[in-house]
Design a protein around this ligand. Structure first.
Ligand code: NDP
Length: 455
């Protein structure tokens, strides 16, 4: 079997890669485990130095990596370069902070000495998606290596080039051979990888369906999972919001990565008195975004990553319109052999429509009108997802209260779009998953939090 990458801007095949046989797969996992037996004893300073090298390698190869993303999954080249900067930042962050995050923590008891120490657990499997083909991997990989773990990656089948180059860069940065390996396999091989006794835990970023399948398998063999799944983030716009600023943040968030981000704003819940003005502002801003060739530095919206995903999105838009939503921008598939979908706005969105109830993983904004603040909060929380959320108001205390205690989501921002940051824990609740990546909480997910008691 082969894994083939296809350019979503023109439908042309880029390259085909043969998948590993079961034997090759097991050998790679065994080699990674062997590497771990040494790596787990490496000094924190040594790990930090290598992570700094990895950051430097990423920066050195930034243009090449951004171009590869543009070709394999259609990310506009400027956004690709920014993604690589962020990958370098997460390597630097853990290089600088892992030692203190993993320092023994004394706990006073009646014993002579008692403390908590953090031991690496071994080989962790990462099942990753195509939308941020480098960032999603590096936010797992940097803390994993810093904690003394090793990793194997099953990347999404449309970005094999990105997957292989990550393995290459880890080696180029000077890490011992085999601490990290890319496995070229389809999703049908993931169960076998999870069953391999040398694999100790799994992290997955992707759809809720894939998360459920992986969690079921991992549960059946009692292996820990961290799941970062879909979202339908609600942004609440209150009557006292700076509407110009809110519409800019909402548009930028909705169009992150051509709309294909788990933490993109997806539902815009506007209170009635400012609904018309906000809708008008958002229409102007969404309309002004330039869609085009991802290799062009001026492009702001590229194609969707795959034709099937684009078609699925269009179907959700059509179903929402059938159920009473009004399309005031976009909503049509452009001609040609490509996966483009234009920035689209749906108004009059109500419960029961896909635009209200499901995740729209593309550049489609769903505007929902609420009576007042309480109604807006209820609508925001009336979702199976709980990844991020934001509130726009010039009353900062009001915004903070809503963000901190009213919204049901893992990351809630005030007067800003939601973004991940190496310093801040990231993850969801409800069907958006569980566990946290990034920050101090992220590095503690895949370690043995060990109690030591010396009488
Ligand atoms: P998937 O969730 O199917 O893919 C993500 C990763 O999981 C890929 O590596 C995929 O491998 C793997 N995978 C898929 N199914 C299984 C399975 N049963 N067992 C083990 N691994 C599996 O995403 P899609 O690419 O199909 O996108 C579909 C939808 O998922 C999007 O429209 C969006 O809603 C959501 N999504 C969310 C992301 C996020 O950041 N939270 C990222 C990407 C998608 P393979 O590619 O070989 O199938």
């Amino acid at each position: 079997m082969n894994i083939t990458s296809v350019n979503p801007a023109n439908g042309k095949t880029i390259k085909s890669y043969p998948t590993h046989t079961p034997n090759e797969l097991n050998n790679k996992i065994t080699q990674t485990h062997q590497a771990w037996l040494q790596w787990r004893n490496s000094e924190p300073l040594h790990r930090a130095q290598l992570l700094h090298e990895l950051a430097a390698t990423l920066i050195k190869r930034k243009d090449e990596l951004a171009e590869l993303m543009a070709l394999e999954m259609g990310k506009p080249i400027k956004q690709g370069a920014a993604e690589i900067d962020k990958c370098a930042a997460v390597c630097t962050y853990y290089a600088d902070n892992a030692e203190s995050f993993l320092k023994d923590q004394p706990i006073e008891t009646e014993a002579q000495k008692s403390f908590v120490t953090f031991n690496p657990i071994g080989v962790v499997l990462a099942v990753m998606p195509w939308n941020f083909p480098f960032w999603q991997v590096f936010r797992f990989l940097a803390p994993a290596l810093a904690a003394g773990n090793c990793g194997v990656l099953k990347h999404a089948s449309n970005v094999p080039g990105c997957a292989l180059i990550i393995e290459d860069m880890v080696r180029e940065a000077g890490f011992p051979a085999d601490v990290f390996k890319t496995l070229l396999v389809g999703s049908d091989q993931v169960e076998a990888i999870i069953e391999n006794p040398l694999v100790k835990a799994v992290t997955l970023t992707g759809s809720t369906n894939a998360g459920i399948k992986v969690a079921q398998k991992a549960g059946s063999v009692l292996k820990k999972t961290v799941l970062e799944l879909g979202g339908s983030d609600a942004y609440i716009i209150l009557e006292d919001a700076d509407l110009e600023m809110a519409a800019t943040a909402c548009t930028d968030s909705r169009l992150i990565n051509s709309g294909q981000s788990c933490i993109a704003a997806k539902r815009f819940i506007v209170v009635e008195p400012v609904a018309e003005k906000f809708t008008q502002l958002m229409l102007e801003k969404m309309k002004a975004k330039r869609m085009g060739d991802p290799l062009n530095a001026d492009t702001e919206v590229g194609p969707q990553a795959r034709v099937d995903l684009r078609d699925e999105l269009h179907e959700q838009v059509q179903q929402s319109i059938k159920a009473g939503a009004q399309c005031i921008l976009g909503g049509e598939i452009p001609e040609g052999e490509n996966a483009f979908y234009p920035p689209t706005i749906l108004t009059k969105v109500k419960k029961g429509m896909p635009a209200h109830d499901d995740e729209l993983f593309g550049p489609v904004a769903a505007i929902i009108i609420a009576k007042d603040e309480a109604d807006a909060i209820n609508i925001a929380n009336d979702s199976v997802f709980g990844l991020g959320g934001a509130v726009f108001t010039q009353d900062v205390a009001r915004g903070e209260h809503i963000a901190a205690s009213q919204l049901e989501a893992g990351s809630c921002f005030v007067n800003s779009l939601v973004k991940s940051d190496p310093r801040l824990p990231f993850g969801g609740i409800k069907q958006s998953g569980y566990g946290r990546e990034l920050g101090m909480f992220g590095i503690h997910e895949f370690v043995n939090i060990k109690t030591v008691y010396v009488k």
